[in-house]
Design a protein around this ligand. Structure first.
Ligand SMILES: *[C@@H]1O[C@H](CO)[C@@H](O)[C@H](O)[C@H]1NC(C)=O
Ligand SMILES: *[C@@H]1O[C@H](CO)[C@@H](O)[C@H](O)[C@H]1NC(C)=O
Ligand SMILES: *[C@@H]1O[C@H](CO)[C@@H](O)[C@H](O)[C@H]1NC(C)=O
Ligand SMILES: *[C@@H]1O[C@H](CO)[C@@H](O)[C@H](O)[C@H]1NC(C)=O
Ligand SMILES: *[C@@H]1O[C@H](CO)[C@@H](O)[C@H](O)[C@H]1NC(C)=O
Ligand SMILES: *[C@@H]1O[C@H](CO)[C@@H](O)[C@H](O)[C@H]1NC(C)=O
Ligand SMILES: *[C@@H]1O[C@H](CO)[C@@H](O)[C@H](O)[C@H]1NC(C)=O
Ligand SMILES: *[C@@H]1O[C@H](CO)[C@@H](O)[C@H](O)[C@H]1NC(C)=O
Ligand SMILES: *[C@@H]1O[C@H](CO)[C@@H](O)[C@H](O)[C@H]1NC(C)=O
Ligand SMILES: *[C@@H]1O[C@H](CO)[C@@H](O)[C@H](O)[C@H]1NC(C)=O
Ligand SMILES: *[C@@H]1O[C@H](CO)[C@@H](O)[C@H](O)[C@H]1NC(C)=O
Ligand SMILES: *[C@@H]1O[C@H](CO)[C@@H](O)[C@H](O)[C@H]1NC(C)=O
Length: 657
């Protein structure tokens, strides 16, 4: 070690500076001082820019947007005494970098190349994610470390400047990195050490990383392995009380030329093996009948099977399979919050060894009208245990297990797919869904205004498709002397809209009515909705026509509701009885919700506490109006009048007794 490593690192640096000077983009570097790799007894990170060349288009007038092609190398070396499991390194890119390829690593957030990384990104090892120690390997640098070759495009930093990142650091739990230092102009280095104050969460199995929590977790468990192929069970489990997937679609990238031979419990969305037959798989597996294989795409998409296949002996019979792509939140039905399938994967040389197992990477899962999930890389965890279905035999254990954690994200600029309108007993107008709540076409192709706020509407307008509301809205505006903009505001363009109507507010409680409208042409089976009322939600009493409950615990201000058994379909929009004369009719479901004010600190229901601050439909957060119905038109308005009449009636009653 003492001889090998210094020579090796020195050699490395020499080679790098040679490569660098050959690229012609940079003047030769002065002889760099001996790298401090050997002075580092932790994890030694270096980032080296090896070339940076101007590429077309040549933007003489706008040098800040001039693109450059860069090549660089990230090296991670474990000089410590403990194996580093699942290394993850942050590189603080800062020049609008677009990463085009990375060898020996993937992005930890699962992004697929090319990927913009201008705000920095975290790399994770692939296919080898663990770095052994020098002691274990007699200083075999290939097992102790990894070199990630990066190629990409960046903007505005050309020779003689070197586009260095702002920071590099190891982000594994329990490690700390000081500020990195520069070696010459193109090498950044840092020595990360174990944090003495870190309290490790001891797991049963020290060999593996602990399982993580997240909104959705996916297990990739290899259950049987043969020389050229293996069977894996994929289990998707939902842990978010409001997360949900309908018609889930799962996709990933095979990194080792694998292909899917057979599946049970799910199916690839495209069946076809031409890629293999004419590719290297076909050359290698000469004797294999590819007409029986399922899918040869590098990035397959997998969909669930319909319910009817549950007991099919050839493609079904997998516990938790065949749900037609529906994964419900555990708060709704724990038995339907997991989906599973099995997959038979064929491997290619050089992986033809029973113990050579690599999971696919860049996982992504989607659904119709669902939250957006962002998945991390597969992380090797302790082998899963599967209980024996009969309960008589001991558990079976997976050969190897990987866990993918997916969290719900709200991508920047993504529009919601549902919206909310507000109304109240003290105001005749409905505050409709916000203009373009679910997106609008680009400005060239529209005749409406995307910036103006939506027109207040009479309540009967809610049942009419937006395109037929204009007449009612203009009549309402002239009746109430509301200004009429020109051009008119654009529609909300949402498939689902939800009306929240304040029905009553009295001393001991209050009530609201929720109405769900489906303007899509398909139905939502097993729908659910949730509303968050930060101040008043904990007073929840009862939902009359749906099943409803609060999420409980710290979420006791969030009420989740779903259709009653047998009535849990929110049907799609259909033609009116007479399509010539009648408007199209949205699918509709409605219920009144009652609340008590007992045990609730002072609340002002009309003042805003009676309106939800967050509304979800099938796990998707809906757009809310920016204003609330107000009671300002007339101080002696209808509600005041009603109270007066009530007081008078009470007085009369008392007089009679
Ligand atoms: C970087 O962060 C800024 C500010 O948050 C954001 O506007 C920009 O889109 C981000 N860039 C990338 C590539 O994520
Ligand atoms: C570098 O990144 C690490 C991890 O993100 C962070 O803890 C550290 O403070 C950063 N250092 C600097 C100088 O920005
Ligand atoms: C350690 O694990 C326990 C139980 O799994 C958890 O409650 C706790 O938050 C964890 N601590 C850390 C630092 O991750
Ligand atoms: C997902 O969220 C959990 C906690 O909510 C967090 O511990 C985990 O790191 C997140 N994972 C990813 C991939 O963002
Ligand atoms: C999921 O949605 C994203 C963005 O809409 C799309 O690019 C991707 O192909 C979808 N994935 C699947 C598996 O359908
Ligand atoms: C499948 O078989 C189980 C047990 O025999 C039965 O309860 C279930 O209803 C069947 N499912 C379908 C879709 O036929
Ligand atoms: C399964 O999903 C498809 C596609 O969304 C839908 O058309 C069909 O009605 C669903 N079947 C059942 C039994 O829910
Ligand atoms: C399979 O891989 C293991 C570990 O990587 C190795 O020990 C073994 O020799 C390999 N077997 C064959 C037949 O290559
Ligand atoms: C069998 O597996 C289940 C869950 O996978 C676990 O809860 C149980 O403790 C295991 N039983 C034994 C005997 O290991
Ligand atoms: C709701 O949760 C909060 C915070 O956990 C708690 O203080 C309050 O007592 C709970 N309210 C009810 C009615 O359970
Ligand atoms: C509603 O608007 C649509 C689109 O403008 C139009 O085709 C339809 O005839 C209208 N319906 C009625 C009943 O006026
Ligand atoms: C109803 O509320 C809206 C929005 O706050 C307000 O502009 C309007 O004047 C109110 N109408 C009446 C009759 O109070």
């Amino acid at each position: 070690m003492e001889i090998v490593a210094p020579m090796n690192s020195a050699l490395l640096l020499l080679v790098l500076s040679l490569v660098f000077s050959q690229s012609g983009a940079q003047p030769p570097q002065p002889a760099a001082p001996s790298p401090s790799s050997d002075a580092c007894n932790g994890v030694y990170l270096t980032y080296t820019v090896t070339s940076n060349q101007k590429i077309v288009p040549l933007l003489k007038s706008n040098p800040a947007r001039q693109p450059y092609r860069f090549e660089s190398m990230l090296s991670v070396m474990n000089n410590g005494l403990e194996e580093l499991k699942s290394w993850r390194v942050f590189v603080g890119f800062q020049h609008d970098e677009l990463l085009v390829s990375a060898s020996n690593a993937v992005l930890a957030d699962g992004g697929a190349f090319p990927v913009p990384v201008g705000n920095g990104t975290v790399f994770a090892g692939f296919p080898n994610s663990d770095l052994k120690t020098a002691v274990e390997t007699a200083a075999d640098l290939n097992q102790m470390g990894v070199q990630v070759q990066l190629i990409g495009t960046l903007f505005g930093v050309g020779p003689p400047n070197v586009p260095m990142p702002s920071n590099i650091s190891l982000v594994n739990d329990g490690w700390v990195c000081p500020k990195p230092s520069m070696q010459g102009k193109n090498v950044m280095e840092v020595c990360c050490t174990q944090d003495p104050n870190f309290v490790a969460n001891t797991t049963l199995d020290e060999e593996f990383l602990p399982r993580q929590n997240g909104d959705l977790t996916i297990m990739y468990d290899v259950i049987r392995t043969y020389e050229s192929n293996y069977w894996a069970e994929v289990t998707i489990a939902n842990h978010n009380p409001l997360g949900r997937l309908d018609n889930w679609k799962l996709s990933w990238d095979w990194m080792r030329d694998e292909f899917i031979y057979a599946m049970k419990g799910a199916y690839p969305s495209a069946v076809g093996t031409t890629d293999c037959v004419f590719g290297k798989q076909g050359q290698y597996y000469q004797a294999l009948d590819f007409s029986n294989a399922l899918n040869c795409e590098r990035r397959p998409t997998i969909v669930d099977l319909p319910l009817a296949k549950t007991n099919d002996t050839s493609v079904g019979m997998i516990p938790n399979c065949c749900r037609n792509g529906t994964i419900l939140p555990p708060s709704m039905d724990p038995s339907k919050s997991v989906s599973a399938f099995q997959i038979n994967v064929f491997k290619m040389p050089p992986d033809l060894n029973r113990s050579q197992l690599n999971p696919p990477v860049n996982w992504q899962i989607n659904g119709t009208l669902n939250p957006d999930y962002k998945c991390g890389p597969p992380v090797r965890v302790s082998p899963s245990e599967f209980p024996d279905p009969s309960g008589m035999l001991p558990n079976t254990t997976a050969v190897a297990s990987w866990q993918v954690v997916c969290n719900i994200t709200q991508p920047k600029g993504a529009s919601p797919r549902c919206c909310v309108s507000f109304s109240a007993y003290y105001n005749e107008s409905i505050i409709p869904c916000p203009t373009c709540a679910c997106g609008c076409p680009s400005s060239t192709s529209r005749t409406c205004s995307a910036n103006r706020s939506a027109l207040l509407l009479p309540s009967q307008a809610q049942l009419i498709p937006f395109e037929n509301r204009t007449q009612l809205a203009t009549a309402w505006a002239s009746l109430h002397h509301f200004p009429l903009p020109n051009p008119m505001p654009c529609p909300d363009n949402c498939g689902v809209s939800i009306n929240w109507h304040l029905v009553s507010d009295y001393r001991g409680g209050w009530s609201a009515r929720i109405t769900l409208f489906n303007w899509d042409d398909f139905a939502f089976a097993d729908w659910f909705a949730a509303v968050e009322l930060p101040k008043a939600g904990a007073g929840f009493e009862k939902v009359y026509s749906f099943n409803g409950s609060t999420l409980g615990g710290v979420n006791n201000n969030t009420i989740i509701m779903q259709g009653l058994e047998g009535l849990n379909y929110l049907v799609g929009e259909v033609d009116g009885a007479n399509p010539q004369k009648d408007y199209r009719v949205p699918g509709k479901q409605q219920s009144v919700i009652s609340f008590t004010k007992k045990n609730i600190p002072v609340v002002d229901i009309p003042g805003g506490d009676g309106f939800p601050t967050k509304v979800y439909f099938n796990g998707e957060e809906c757009a809310l109006p920016k204003i609330l119905p107000s009671n300002n038109s007339n101080k002696l308005g209808s509600s005041a009048l009603i109270s007066l009449i009530l007081a008078f009636a009470a007085f009369m009653l008392m007089m009679q007794q």
